[in-house]
Ligand binder design. Structure first.
Ligand code: GLN
Length: 304
């Protein structure tokens, strides 16, 4: 498969233009990003890699971090975890509050904000040094120590994250939050602030394209069974109320973030990350979705 030619076609066909969407502004620090950025990086099972554009520039991974925290929580807590968060698609926006009351404070899945906040709370209960442990885990996955929290993004979200504050407080009132709400939000805002490149993300997500093995060392980091489960949740819940649309158009498990990044995996073949900060109304990268749809169309490869 000539992936580089396919990426070159995508780069030529899809140019960033201002009317594609809007950069996230509800976290003021994120609105400073150049909307015209566009990069893509594809890492293959045989260690070859293909890229274009701003694939080596760091951006805020935001909700993509929810896959990393879920992976650690699943490893440490096993199926206990599912007592506090479900695995059903939500059909509502990522920061929605509406279902929580009806569903007694049990979030629909680990990728909406409420679900990831419960995961953050559970990690606070079991990890010695949660912020440090998370960073160590992500650095290990992509074999790269040059990955850090962006303190200005974390601070900006802390100052303006009213909906997340509402979610954690509401779940606390309903008994599904154990730790101090400020500590949980501090961890959650930091996990979302991690800055990574498309190259780093694609390498980290090889875990999910490689049956739980580290892309470089071959070490078994998580069991293939966990990969099956996490990929399933990405497929059904990775894009909130646009999960069906992403699944239909791209046909791969994936996860987006409001920083404009999307990562997707084709198990046993490749992991791919794309970045374009202009978001569609559902909070997913508009150009990123188009690029990935074109990738799976032009390769003609499918997991189905
Ligand atoms: N930090 C963001 C929030 O909690 C993450 C949302 C996202 O990327 N969809 O609102």
């Amino acid at each position: 498969m000539d992936y580089q030619s396919i990426l070159n076609i995508i780069q030529r066909e899809f140019q960033p233009e201002p009317n594609l969407g809007k950069v996230a502004a509800y976290i003021p620090e994120l609105s400073k990003v150049d909307p015209m950025k566009f990069g893509m990086y594809l890492y293959c099972h045989d260690d070859s890699a293909f890229e274009f554009g701003d694939s080596q520039e760091k951006f805020s991974i935001q909700s993509i971090s929810k896959v990393f925290t879920l992976t650690i929580a699943k490893e440490v807590m096993g199926d206990e975890l599912w007592k506090r968060v479900d695995v059903e698609p939500s059909g509502t926006p990522f920061n929605s509050l509406t279902e929580l009351e009806r569903e007694h404070g049990i979030p629909r899945n680990p990728f909406i904000n409420a679900g990831s906040i419960v995961i953050a709370d559970s990690l606070l209960s079991v990890l010695e040094d949660p912020k440090n442990d998370l960073l160590k885990f992500v650095r290990k996955l992509c074999d790269d120590d040059n990955i850090n929290y962006d303190e200005s993004v974390a601070r900006s979200e802390r100052k303006h994250g009213y909906r997340n504050k509402a979610l954690v407080n509401y779940m606390k009132a309903l008994g599904n939050i154990k730790n101090d709400t400020e500590d949980i939000l501090d961890f959650y805002f930091h996990q979302c602030s991690i800055a990574m490149t498309c190259g780093q993300l694609a390498r980290a997500f090889m875990l999910f394209a490689n049956e739980g093995k580290h892309f470089r060392t071959g070490e078994i980091v998580i069991a293939p069974q966990s990969v099956k489960r996490i990929n399933s949740i990405m497929q059904t819940c990775g894009f909130y109320d646009e999960a069906g649309e992403f699944s239909y158009r791209v046909g791969l498990p994936g996860k987006s973030g409001v920083g404009g990044g999307i990562v997707a995996v084709h198990p046993k073949r490749y992991s791919v990350a794309v970045w374009s900060p202009m978001l569609n109304p559902k909070g997913n990268s508009a150009l990123g979705m188009k690029a990935l749809e074109e990738l799976t169309t032009l390769t003609g490869l499918s997991i189905f």
